[in-house]
Ligand binder design. Structure first.
Ligand code: FAD
Ligand code: NAG
Ligand code: NAG
Ligand code: NAG
Ligand code: NAG
Length: 414
């Protein structure tokens, strides 16, 4: 029989008592918080769980089915400001009644931190803050937090064929979290991270004050560009520097089986050279298992390397470069396609047909990840040795077919 001295049963009892106390104060705080909100902002933008729209708003921004489980705690309230003036009173009530804010733009966060928490919390849903002003002349734009990357690229291309922005790949991610966290994509080797190209910001701090770069000071302005802005305040909008993109970019996608020696040689060289070659070229490599057949026509699970690249220049410049740097890949002219910069973004988002209208970039529904997923990124500062990489990729066989993926982006540090 377990005694009360057993640390495990002791822990259970304390947790029980503790959560009971927490629950009681939480309910009380919740009621007062709600009253506070109702007295300061329109009731029509406050959603409690008994409002039918509450679950629609909550689930429409959940980008990962992993967080749909019933064990995930939902927010006590969702506040969806229609304009910036609604945010200050919301911050005030949150502080006054000790209810934590979770700031959400599009909900793409890998760990769902924009819509879940272990303590009593509410979601500040910023999805209505979607205005965007592109000024082609000064090559700048003011972008509100819930503008998606796809929308940003589309609106830039509308104004100019030779301006772009180095954000991420996935068009449904919002600038709120992406620019605050860094932002890496096919343009980053050429133009830097998304956050390197922020020149001003509008931020609401814990006192409800609206700050810009000048009034927040350079330290805070530095921190919110990469440090995850949510730790410092609520970003209303970013002012970004647009970059000059060539009228024609070239892309290629090549697939090679990992078991081929030429592929291994290419990956070996890639790890050592990708960060040193012409900055107009970015190559991403993804590995996944596929159901293939061997020489006898019997089906066999193999690992496929999917090699994708964007080159900010013409095919005639890219081919000799690839021949010189990565002859093992044996890239051919017909593997490469020239297109406009904005078309390449649509291409990498799955719209590969030239006839697909570019406004697919305005679609805010993510069709990339229908399955629950867990993602982990790390910087590889020195090349992974061939035998370690072999062991790492072997782990893919333990996953569902096509399920586990290992990806390489060229690190600039090795
Ligand atoms: C399918 C998919 C593809 C992706 N592709 C890329 C890629 O190519 N390149 C890349 O770099 N990243 C990529 N990411 C990662 C993505 O950039 C981050 O998850 C980013 O933080 C998402 O920002 P969000 O505003 O869309 O999401 P949210 O989940 O709404 O927010 C993410 C974080 O930022 C905070 N936040 C959001 N808005 C604000 C605001 N206005 N003020 C303060 N804090 C705020 C949130 O509280 C949360 O902590 C991808 C993610 C997914 C799910
Ligand atoms: C913000 O919304 C309120 C309604 O709650 C409205 O009275 C006000 O004019 C709006 N302000 C702006 C700048 O749109
Ligand atoms: C591939 O490389 C391995 C190890 O270096 C070698 O043993 C094998 O003969 C090579 N296969 C081919 C087809 O060249
Ligand atoms: C692979 O394909 C073969 C032939 O189509 C099929 O019989 C087999 O079940 C498939 N294997 C997996 C794991 O899907
Ligand atoms: C937007 O994308 C989703 C997911 O791919 C799709 O189901 C929907 O039909 C698209 N909407 C429009 C208007 O194209």
């Amino acid at each position: 029989m377990k005694s009360f001295c057993d640390p495990l049963s002791f822990a259970k009892i304390t947790i029980f008592l503790f959560s009971f106390v927490l629950l009681a104060t939480a309910n009380h705080a919740h009621e007062e918080f709600l009253q506070c909100l109702s007295s300061l902002i329109p009731k029509s933008i406050i959603y409690t769980p008994n409002n039918p729209t509450y679950s629609t708003i909550l689930s429409s921004k959940n980008q990962n089915p992993r967080f749909s489980s019933s064990s995930i705690k939902n927010p006590s309230v969702i506040v969806s400001p229609l304009n910036v003036s609604h945010i200050k009173p919301t911050v005030y009530c949150s502080k006054k009644h000790g209810v934590q804010i979770r700031i959400r733009s599009s909900g793409h966060d890998y760990e769902g931190v924009s819509f879940q928490s272990t303590v009593p919390f509410f979601v500040l849903d910023l999805s209505n803050l979607r205005s965007i002003r592109v000024d082609a002349e000064s090559k700048t734009a003011w972008v509100q937090t819930a503008v998606t990357l796809g929308e940003l690229y589309y609106r830039i291309a509308e104004k100019s064929k030779t301006l772009g922005f180095p954000g991420g790949l996935c068009s449904t991610v919002c600038v709120g979290g992406q620019l605050g966290g860094g932002g890496y994509g096919f343009q980053s080797r050429t133009y830097g991270l998304a956050s390197d190209n922020i020149i001003d910001a509008q931020l609401i701090n814990a006192q409800g004050k609206i700050l810009n770069r000048k009034s927040m000071g350079e330290d805070l302005f530095w921190a919110i560009r990469g440090g995850g802005a949510g730790s410092f305040g609520i970003v209303i909008a970013w002012k970004i520097q647009l970059v000059d993109v060539p009228p024609t970019v070239t892309i290629f996608e090549a697939t090679r089986y990992w078991e081929n020696n030429a592929t291994k040689k290419f990956i070996h060289q890639y790890q050592r050279r990708a960060s040193k070659i012409d900055k107009d070229l970015t190559i991403f490599i993804g590995f996944r298992t596929v159901n293939a057949s061997d020489e006898q026509g019997n089906s066999k699970i193999k690992i496929l390397a999917i090699i994708s690249a964007t080159f900010h220049g013409s095919r005639d410049r890219l081919l000799p470069l690839m021949q010189k740097e990565f002859p093992e890949l044996g890239l051919l002219k017909e593997d490469c396609t020239e297109m406009s910069w904005v078309r390449s973004i649509a291409h990498w988002n799955g719209f590969r047909d030239d006839d697909d209208p570019l406004d697919v970039l305005l679609n805010r529904t993510n069709n990339f990840v229908p399955n629950a997923f867990k993602l982990r990124s790390d910087y590889v500062k020195k090349p992974i040795s061939d035998d370690v990489l072999e062991k790492l990729l072997d782990r893919l066989y333990e996953e569902e077919l096509g399920g586990g993926v290992v990806e390489f982006f060229p690190s600039e540090e090795n």
